[in-house]
Each structure stands twice: as structure tokens, then as C-alpha cells.
Design a protein around this ligand. Structure first.
Ligand code: LLP
Length: 415
């Protein structure tokens, strides 16, 4: 269910007509619906009502403080991958003791910061990292709660750049190394072995890879039990996909039901790290048509946002819908929707049928996840502002970057 809709020819989100935002913030701009975020988080939470659980939203998907604060208020935990994300969670009033720290290359300073804040768990990805965390915890006289991220060697059937659960990926620990590593960890004085985790990839649209991976990990949990290692929780990562074009991903409820059908023991708390499925649908990127141009037998629609604002189309050949903010009785033509950046890879959507003229506004939909967070200043373009809608109100939750900010931390050599 999409949260945006047309009323009398205008595009609305919740109770706000989107053009009303633009006179205040301009374009390009990201707009999020708080209700859409809440609805998705609650879909996971209510599907798990009868099993002990923790939903740790993957901060990397959208780390705006207002988004994190909305989730913190619901009681969400957080999955972080850097000290920067931990600082954001705290600034957004999230609880450090509800934080899991993922990532294949955690730095000592980040580990110390997380230890001092008393995070819920470190998801460890290598033997070397186990030793480092133990040493740092010893130095600070603390106990580090840990889980190992096991690589279940399952193909998520997603884009290769966002597939992580195959043997040849850099992520996680080989199945064969898991038991000896848990046994080593048990012996370390400053390590508390708590759980097990996996994450096989992102934008998964079918259940079978999740089920295969969970089954394999449940078997491992039994094997660990037989050698005297009893875990308190199973963290199944994130990865549930959303509908961008014609995919038919399972709903959060169908996904949870399928996991619970594997008979996860009630003493094993289930942890989830969803990112995209919480915020993806909730966001759109609004842009203005600068001009229309014909080259060869192609029509180009040149807009004021670009690959620096939304990288997904060019980086992953991702398809995101592009729709007008005002429905118009104009001739429909097929356009490549492209930005002003000096690269042919700078496109937002190819071969799109649109009825538009210069000055019109377009919305690129499903832009709430991995949108703003992956934006850059390439071509010295200031990053776009972010707006959150709540009912009939909207608020600027991040200002547009200024030109001065672009080089405020740069210096001439000969000054
Ligand atoms: N947990 C871990 C350990 C992860 O690496 C990720 C995502 C998640 C959870 C959240 O996954 P999600 O539920 O959002 O699928 N930039 C790419 C997606 C990269 C995902 C990286 N890891 C994109 O735009 O498609």
C-alpha cells in the first residue's frame, strides 16, 4: 500500500498536498511520511507479538534524526555500522542498550565508544575482531556482549552488490569455523557470548532464501547447544524487499509467519534488522523539470536532481517510479529522465512515459531507503533538504546544504 495518492489531479501524502511543501523548501527535496514509517514498524512488531523479539531498525537505510526519533518513540532498537550511526541514535533519543553493532571492519575507537555506552551486542565477523573486542573490553574493564555473524552460504537472488550471504562474499564467518570460534569466545574473560546472527542480502523478494538460511542457523544453534553453548537470541538480519516496479515481496507478516513456522524455540529472542522495508515506501524525492530536449531519436527530460541525490538507479540499475505532482492533459512522450551531472550514467529513470512540460514537478517514489543517505556533493551540488509529513503538518528535518558549506572545511595551500 502506497501512502501517496492523487486528489483533484494533485499528488498528496498523508494530508499534505506536495506542491505546498515546495514553496517553502524548493527542489530537489526528500519528503517522508511518518505514518508510513510507523505502519511498517508496527507490522513487524505486531506479527511478533507472541514471540520475544527486538526490532533493530538498520540506521544505514535512512539515518535522519527525525526518522530515528520516530522509531525510538515506538520502542525500536537500532542496527548500526559506525560510531557516527551510534552518535545519531543517541542524538535521536534512541537507547544504546537497544543497539546491535554490525559491520565487517569496526574501528577500535568505535568499539570503545560502543562498549562505554553499553550497547546490546556486537555482531562479530572474524576471529581477529573477536580478539580486538576482547582486548579493548579488558583495557576498559568491561564485558562485551557478542554474537557471531555466520555466513549461511545462501543465494538471496538479489543484485550482486547487495548480496552478502554467499561463501565468496566478504561478510560473516564460514559455517565450518563457527563452532571452534564460539568455543574460543567462551574462554575469553571480557566476552559474553549471547547470540548468533546472519544477513544474506537486501531487497529480497521471495521467502525461500530467508527460510533456507534460518534453517541452517537453527541447526547450528542445536549443534552449539550439544557442546554446551546456549544462545539467548537469533538475529536474522534485514533484507526484506519492497515493491519498486512489479516485484511481489512478502509482507512483514508473511515473512515473520514463515520464520516462526520453523519452530524457533521460545527461549530464543528473535532480533530483526529491517531497513528498506521500514522506510523505503515512506519517502519520495521531488524534482523540477528544467527542460525537455531531443537528441537523435531520444527525448530527454532534464531535471534538477541527479545521481548525486539518488544513486540507486545508476549504481544498481534500480527502477523507481517517476510520477508527476500534477496530472495534466498533455501529450505523453517517452523520456529518459536525467540530471545535470556530467556523466551519461546520470539518470533517474530510462524510457518513462510522461505528460510533462518544463517547470513541472516530478516525484521519484520509494526513495525513503538508501536515498538521501547515499547522496554526495559530486559536481559541487549541495545535498537536498529532507521534510517529514505528519498528518496535515510538515516540517523541515534537514536543511538544504548551502554553497558555503560545500567548501567550508577546505583551505588554500598558499594562504
Ligand atoms: N543488517 C545488515 C547487517 C545489513 O548489512 C543491512 C543492509 C541491513 C541489516 C538492512 O537491510 P535492508 O532491510 O535495508 O535490506 N544501498 C543498497 C542496499 C544496501 C544494504 C546494505 N546492508 C540499495 O540501495 O539497494
Amino acid at each position: 500500500m502506497k501512502h501517496y495518492y492523487y486528489k483533484s489531479g494533485d499528488l498528496w501524502a498523508e494530508d499534505v498536498r506536495l506542491t505546498d511543501i515546495l514553496s517553502r523548501v524548493g527542489t530537489p527535496c526528500y519528503v517522508y511520511s511518518e505514518a508510513a514509517i510507523i505502519k511498517q514498524w508496527q507490522a513487524f512488531d505486531s506479527a511478533l507479538a507472541h514471540h520475544p523479539h527486538k526490532i533493530c531498525y538498520a540506521v544505514k537505510a535512512n539515518s535522519n534524526l527525525a526518522v530515528l526519533n520516530t522509531l525510538a518513540q515506538l520502542g525500536s532498537g537500532f542496527d548500526i555500522v559506525s560510531g557516527g550511526e551510534l552518535a545519531r541514535v543517541i542524538a535521536a533519543k534512541g537507547k544504546p542498550n537497544q543497539v546491535v553493532f554490525s559491520g565487517v571492519g569496526k574501528q577500535a575507537l568505535e568499539i570503545i565508544q560502543a562498549l562505554k555506552y553499553g550497547i546490546f551486542c556486537f555482531n562479530i565477523e572474524s576471529a581477529a575482531e573477536l580478539q580486538l573486542i576482547n582486548q579493548l573490553a579488558e583495557h576498559h574493564n568491561l564485558l562485551a556482549p557478542i554474537a557471531f555473524r555466520i555466513n549461511p552460504d545462501v543465494d538471496p537472488k538479489s543484485h550482486p552488490y547487495i548480496s552478502t550471504g554467499l561463501k565468496e562474499n566478504k561478510f560473516g564467518i564460514d559455517f565450518a569455523q563457527a563452532i571452534p570460534l564460539y568455543q574460543d569466545a567462551k574462554k575469553l574473560k571480557h566476552i559474553e557470548v549471547k547470540g548468533i546472527t546472519f544477513h544474506i542480502g537486501s531487497q529480497l523478494t521471495s521467502l525461500s532464501p530467508f527460510i533456507d538460511a534460518t534453517k541452517r542457523i537453527l541447526t547450528l544453534i542445536e549443534q552449539l547447544k550439544s557442546v554446551g553453548i546456549n544462545l539467548q537470541y537469533l538475529d536474522v538480519g534485514g533484507g526484506l524487499g519492497i515493491r519498486y516496479q512489479d516485484e511481489t515481496p512478502p509482507s512483514p507478516k508473511a515473512y515473520i509467519d514463515a520464520l516462526l513456522a520453523l519452530c524457533i524455540p521460545p527461549e530464543l529472542t528473535l532480533i530483526l534488522e529491517p531497513g528498506r522495508s521500514i522506510v523505503g515506501d515512506a519517502g519520495i524525492l521531488i524534482t523540477q523539470v528544467l527542460l525537455l530536449k531531443q537528441a537523435g531519436n531520444k527525448q530527454f527530460c532534464i531535471v534538477d536532481c541527479a545521481m548525486n541525490d539518488l544513486l540507486r538507479p545508476t549504481l544498481y540499475q534500480a527502477w523507481q517510479n517517476i510520477i508527476p505532482l500534477k496530472e495534466q492533459a498533455l501529450k505523453t512522450l517517452q523520456y529518459d529522465v536525467v540530471g545535470p551531472v556530467c556523466e551519461s550514467g546520470d539518470f533517474l529513470g530510462l524510457s518513462r512515459r510522461l505528460a510533462i512540460e518544463p517547470g513541472d514537478y516530478l516525484a521519484i517514489t520509494e526513495a525513503g531507503a538508501y536515498g538521501f543517505v547515499m547522496s554526495s556533493n559530486y559536481n559541487s551540488r549541495p545535498r537536498a533538504p529532507e521534510v517529514m509529513i505528519k498528518g496535515e503538518k510538515f516540517k523541515l528535518i534537514r536543511e538544504r546544504e548551502t554553497i558555503q558549506e560545500l567548501f567550508a572545511k577546505e583551505y588554500l595551500f598558499n594562504d
